[in-house]
Design a protein around this ligand. Structure first.
Ligand SMILES: Cc1cc2nc3c(=O)[nH]c(=O)nc-3n(C[C@H](O)[C@H](O)[C@H](O)COP(=O)(O)O)c2cc1C
Length: 248
């Protein structure tokens, strides 16, 4: 069944009124925490938000994407060295976690856990949506969720029973992302071939026309994920990482 779940994944952004009961949520979260993690330190925390009041506080941080208030459960996955640091302090040792390597470890662990949660949720018939806005406005999420030093929100997943059945999104062909033995760099012909399906897709062609651009790459780079936005959000993220004590 898991193979079917993985091969049929679709992001769900509209949820029915059906509640996600605590047993189901706990089973899904347990599946998440069974994921591999660096040295079994589990340098992450998950904030499970059901409260309408807290969701309302979170919404602006996610640019009011409707999933935050419509989904019965919002999961914020955080890199977390706070708990481990406290344990080390109580046991008379230096955790040594205020450096870029430890931050990376904690981010990797949090994201692997998140993906296990997503697959488990989909296996149970729930729909999920990741929210990348978590790393755009981490300072606002820290405030809304009372995250202490040593805790950084990394990604958010909204969870609920689906109220839509969207079309499956295209992926690049396997050959575009998998290299045999060593990395084989792409020729212009490879790039043209690998992106041709996405570029000839009717929905993507519509995006190009609507945005009055010449091609799909321009929609990505000049409309959806602009340099200016990436640089501005990247600065906020770096400042937040410093404020949260991950890097001196
Ligand atoms: C890290 C991450 C951040 C994402 N952020 C958002 C988001 O903020 N809003 C949204 O509607 N979808 C978001 N998505 C969902 C992607 O848009 C979606 O996975 C992608 O378009 C492929 O579609 P599919 O998941 O249905 O196959 C995010 C996905 C990931 C993995």
């Amino acid at each position: 069944m898991y193979m079917n779940t993985l091969l049929n994944h679709k992001t769900i952004r509209k949820y029915s009124n059906r509640e996600v009961d605590n047993d189901t949520l706990n089973e899904i979260l347990t599946a998440g925490t069974r994921a591999s993690n660096t040295g079994n330190m589990q340098l992450y925390s998950i904030i499970a938000t059901r409260s309408a009041e807290v969701k309302a506080k979170l919404a602006p941080a996610h640019f009011n994407q409707p999933m935050i208030t419509n989904a019965p459960v919002v999961l914020t996955f955080c890199a977390d060295v706070n708990r481990y640091n406290k344990w080390c302090a109580l046991r008379n040792t230096d955790p040594g976690t205020d450096n870029f390597e430890s931050l990376t470890t904690a981010i990797v662990d949090a994201v692997i856990c998140a993906q296990n949660v997503c697959v488990a949720a989909e296996e149970k018939g729930l729909g999920i949506c990741y929210l990348g806005t978590t790393t755009y406005n981490p300072h606002q999420i820290i405030e809304a969720l009372n995250l202490p030093k040593g805790v950084l929100p990394v990604t958010t997943v909204t969870l609920g029973y689906p109220a839509e059945d969207p079309a499956m999104q295209l992926r690049l062909p396997l050959g575009a992302v998998v290299h045999s033995d060593t990395y084989k760099d792409y020729s212009d012909a490879d790039i043209n071939a690998y992106y041709s399906e996405e570029e000839s897709d009717a929905t993507n062609k519509k995006f190009v026309a609507e945005n009055q651009k010449e091609n799909l790459a321009q929609v990505f780079a000049e409309v959806r994920y602009t340099r200016a936005a990436s640089e501005a959000f990247g600065k906020i993220l770096m400042d937040t990482i410093r404020k949260q004590g991950f890097i001196k």
